[in-house]
Ligand binder design. Structure first.
Ligand code: GLY
Length: 425
């Protein structure tokens, strides 16, 4: 089976490495890829937001399966174009991808499915902003305002703050640039990312993970696209994953089927484990980054066969997933000034070791590898427990050099030290 992976991040590097371990995968291509993926797959520079361009590449490389990593091509209908060309595709249709592409659609689906989520309100008129802010945040009893871009913003469109002026400024700047704003009530409790392979009403959960969205240690500073992740979650009580599937993911998958927008691909539930039980923060229509780097490091089941089964209507016939024991930790190395405008073009050394997954990297003609994006790479460590996996990941990070770069030092630390627990009702 020849697999074409669409995307250029460390998530796609992790997907390619897991696909390469599958004995039925005989060829790998990637578009557009990065300096790390170029070593393990044939790399093509095509416009991945164009269904026509992707279908052209599928035909050129003779792909049997296309795996779409990022949300933008999915929201634009690239998976529809690949399927229409008669090629198996792991990734939802444009209709189903609205579960991520439109927060208003996601809320509507969750309401209809009876799934608990944050109270929310969309503001699209600046004249209504102040009264809407009054209905959220500290005066209303919530500890913070949650202000989101009602569209795709790669995690960076979210501001969570107890400062009304900061909430107002973020909302006003989104409205000024023509983006509707989603105000939400704050959800207490630790967050869980649960990835599920879904085909229609069949839901197969992967290991639960947790990601770290703020740029700095101790959850300080602005939101990013993700600074690290670990899996599984030692603090999550037994049976919680089954409960989330039963109460959250399966009802949403069934509701999408009922709306003629059946989901086929990776449905990612971002949840807060509140004192009232799991509550949805967001749904995404694709593998998450950087959680994928940690989760797939522990997957024993051949990934290509699993994704091909989902893409061809055979997910329900698959054996239960098999996992390696232990834990995995992914830590993101970011360029200077990320998540602001990052400094690019600096030479990176030490990035060709096993366990280093590339994202914003490019290879120069002289063979050197340089930074080309804000999130430059992820290092992944595994071990018999979280503490050992952290040691492995940070050991690897210490051998990498990139001027001005930064990373969080506390990925998985609170869990490894037993400091995380569920809030009591
Ligand atoms: N881990 C956050 C995301 O992938 O959107």
């Amino acid at each position: 089976m020849h697999v074409l992976v669409i995307g250029s991040g460390a998530r796609e590097h992790a997907l390619l490495l897991a696909l390469r371990r599958d004995p039925e995968v005989t060829g790998l291509s990637v578009a557009p890829g990065n300096a790390g993926t170029a070593i393990i797959a044939d790399q093509y520079d095509v416009d991945i937001t164009s269904g026509e361009a992707v279908v052209g590449l599928v035909r050129k490389v003779g792909a049997d399966l296309v795996v779409v990593g990022p949300e933008v091509p999915l929201v634009l209908g690239v998976a529809d174009a690949v399927r229409a060309a008669g090629i198996a595709c792991f990734g939802p249709t444009r209709d189903a991808a609205r579960i991520e592409g439109s927060k208003a659609f996601a809320k509507d689906v969750m309401d209809a499915a009876g799934v608990r989520t944050a109270r929310s309100e969309i503001v699209d008129n600046p004249a209504h902003l102040d009264t809407a802010l009054d209905r959220f945040g500290p005066p209303s009893g919530d500890p913070a305002w949650v202000v989101k871009d009602d569209g795709l913003a790669a995690g960076k469109g979210v501001v969570v703050t107890a400062d009304r002026e900061a909430a107002r400024a973020h909302a006003a700047s989104l409205l000024d640039s023509g983006h509707p704003v989603l105000l939400e009530s704050f959800l207490d409790g630790p967050e869980v990312s649960l990835f599920c392979v879904v085909d229609g009403e069949t839901v197969v959960p992967l290991l639960p993970a947790q990601d770290f969205k703020r740029v700095g240690d101790g959850d300080s500073g602005p939101n990013t696209g993700g600074m690290g992740a670990y899996a599984p979650l030692p603090w999550l009580p037994e049976g919680t994953v089954d409960r989330i599937v039963r109460d959250v993911v399966a009802p949403v998958a069934a509701e999408l089927v009922a709306r003629d927008s059946a989901f086929s691909g990776l449905l990612y539930a971002g949840l807060a484990m509140t004192s009232q039980g799991p509550s949805v923060v967001e749904f995404n229509c694709r593998f998450g980054d950087p959680e994928t780097q940690a989760v797939l490091a522990l997957l024993e089941t051949p990934l290509g066969q699993l994704l091909h089964a989902a893409a061809t209507g055979r997910l329900a016939d698959q054996q239960p997933l098999r996992w390696h024991d232990g834990a995995a930790v992914a830590v993101v190395l970011a360029a200077e000034n990320y998540p602001g405008r990052p400094r690019l073009g600096d030479a990176i050394t030490g990035s060709e070791a096993d366990g280093v997954l590339h994202a914003g990297t490019a290879r120069r003609d002289d063979g050197s590898i340089v930074s080309s994006g804000g999130r430059v790479l992820s290092v992944v460590g595994t071990g018999p427990d979280l503490a050992a996996a952290r040691d492995a990941a940070y050991g690897l990070m210490s051998s990498i050099r990139l001027p001005g770069s930064h990373f969080r030092t506390d990925i998985g630390l609170a869990a490894a030290e037993g400091r995380l627990s569920l809030p009591q009702a």
